[in-house]
Every structure is written in structure tokens, then in C-alpha cells.
Design a protein around this ligand. Structure first.
Ligand SMILES: O=C(O)[C@H](O)[C@@H](O)[C@H](O)[C@H](O)COP(=O)(O)O
Length: 272
């Protein structure tokens, strides 16, 4: 690791010289959380996003993790999904299935993909209902501060515009307080119809990781991490609104994505 450090609200920043190093550490991080959650509650609930993130999870499919992770205890969800058929090249489910799910032994009954046969509105409603049932029986934990699900880990990417999941700058979906899942029909990043966790659900997770690689993410990552201007409109940068209420946030950046970070302390980037 090139640098690491803790910053505001006990969040952690990890910067890597290469995406390969990042992927190695991300696999170890996820496997540790899985082990701890299985010990504590008998299962591991993880929500994934789309984009490059999934390729960085590839090392989990290799030794030692392929054998040491207790895959049968995993419950897989999506923090966001594009409203396309599951075999469409834009589908986050397809991306995850091809690159990850098909290579490890997660039970198919533990994979909570989003219905692609109904309208985006109905699919969002069904997905929230499914999560509510799992919260009721405590397969998914519940936040003590609100009635939100408390996923063991939510993995997010970030767009150059600072979006996370399918929560885009200035979008009214950022304001939702009661809903767990919502849908949008006007995503600036194609495809336009998407289903997404709301901020209360993201922020109720026990652990949140945001993975950013490449120079085009550098400005957004800096603004979200340094977040110096408290008075600025936070909805202009959804990633800055990721603030776990009672959990831990870890940023995984490669050196290109970390290149605009204004904070640095002898290379440790921990003066935030
Ligand atoms: O389905 C999606 O589009 C996403 O979940 C989205 O939030 C993604 O994670 C970011 O846009 C980063 O994507 P990249 O890592 O590919 O840039």
C-alpha cells in the first residue's frame, strides 16, 4: 500500500500504487469482514454496485479465498441495478455473474437480483419488499438508530461526477428518507432507468467501501474525502453524502484517483 490513514468520522483512506495491489487488499478486506460477520451472526450480507468494482473483486475467486471464504453464508444484493434484461451487457447482475458469482459457490437462493420482467417501479417495490422480509427474520440486520437494514458491507464505485450507486448529483432521490429502495428514469449515465438503494440504507451499513481508480475520478474523490467546504450544496456530490451513521467507511484509491487529494502528511495522507 502506498499510503493509508484515518480521517474524519473514523473513515479510512487506503491508497495503492497499482490496481493490482488495490484488488489484493480489497479481497483481504472483504474476506475478513465475511469471516467476522459469519462468526457474529452466521451470515454475511453484501451489496454490490456495477462498473469496474466487480473486476477488482476477482482475487476472491482465487486461492486462498476460493477455499477459505464460507461462501454458503453469503447473501448477495445490489446497491444499484440498471433496468435491463439480466442477460443484457449493461446488467449489473450479468457483470457480477460472469466475473464473480459463476466462479464461487454462493447459493442461488442467497442471490437477490432485481426482477427484469416488470416495470422499474414495480421492480424497486419488489426488491424493497424482499429486503424487508429478510430484515424481519434478521438474515439482514437492522440499524438501532432507524429501522433501516444494516448490511454487513456495501461496496460502491464512484463516477467522475461524484455519483454513487445510482444516486446522481442534485437528483431528488438523494432526499428520500423513508424509502429503502427507489427507481429513477433519468440517469445521466446510460441506461436511464435504474434501481438504487437510498442514502439512509447506504449510511446504515456496518461497512461501506468506495473504490475509485483512474485519473478521471481524482477530482470527485478529493472533494468527497477532503470535503472542506461544509456550506456547499452536498447534493452536488453524492459521494460526500456517504457518511455511515454507526459504521465504518473505507476508501480504496489507486494513485491516479488519489492524485488530486489536497491532504497529505509525509506521504501518509492522514491529516484529514
Ligand atoms: O451501475 C452503475 O453504473 C454503478 O453502480 C455506478 O455507481 C458505478 O459504480 C460508478 O459509475 C463507477 O463505475 P466505474 O468504476 O466503472 O467508473
Amino acid at each position: 500500500m502506498a499510503a493509508s490513514g484515518e480521517f474524519k468520522n473514523k473513515s479510512e483512506l487506503r491508497v495503492f500504487e497499482s490496481t493490482d495491489e488495490l484488488a489484493t487488499d480489497l479481497a483481504e478486506y472483504i474476506s475478513q469482514l465475511s469471516e467476522n460477520s459469519v462468526k457474529e451472526s452466521g451470515c454475511f450480507t453484501i451489496a454490490l454496485s456495477g462498473g469496474s468494482l466487480i473486476s477488482f473483486m476477482g482475487k476472491l475467486c482465487e486461492a486462498p479465498y476460493s477455499k477459505t471464504v464460507d461462501w454458503t453464508k453469503w447473501y448477495v444484493f445490489w446497491a444499484d441495478e440498471r433496468a435491463v434484461a439480466k442477460n443484457h451487457v449493461d446488467s449489473n447482475y450479468k457483470l457480477t455473474k460472469d466475473a464473480f458469482l459463476s466462479k464461487v459457490s454462493i447459493l442461488s437462493s442467497h442471490v437477490f437480483s432485481i426482477n427484469d420482467h416488470v416495470t422499474v417501479e414495480d421492480a424497486a417495490g419488489e426488491y424493497e419488499f424482499a429486503i424487508r422480509q429478510l430484515v424481519k427474520i434478521r438474515t439482514v440486520g437492522v440499524s438501532e438508530r432507524n429501522d433501516c437494514p444494516r448490511f454487513d458491507l456495501i461496496l460502491l464505485g464512484i463516477g467522475p461526477d461524484g455519483h454513487v450507486a445510482s444516486l446522481f448529483p442534485h437528483h431528488p432521490a438523494l432526499e428520500l428518507k423513508e424509502e429503502w429502495v427507489t427507481y429513477i428514469t433519468d440517469s445521466p449515465k446510460p441506461p436511464p432507468e435504474r434501481i438504487t438503494f437510498t442514502l439512509p440504507v447506504i449510511n446504515s451499513a456496518s461497512n461501506i467501501a468506495i473504490v475509485a481508480t483512474g485519473e478521471e475520478k481524482a477530482m470527485a474523490a478529493n472533494l468527497a474525502i477532503a470535503g472542506t467546504n461544509e456550506n456547499s450544496d452536498s447534493s452536488s456530490l453524492p459521494a460526500r453524502m456517504v457518511q455511515p451513521t454507526d459504521g465504518k467507511l473505507v476508501w480504496f484509491l489507486d494513485s491516479a484517483a488519489a492524485s488530486a487529494l489536497e491532504v497529505s502528511n509525509g506521504g501518509s495522507k492522514d491529516a484529514m
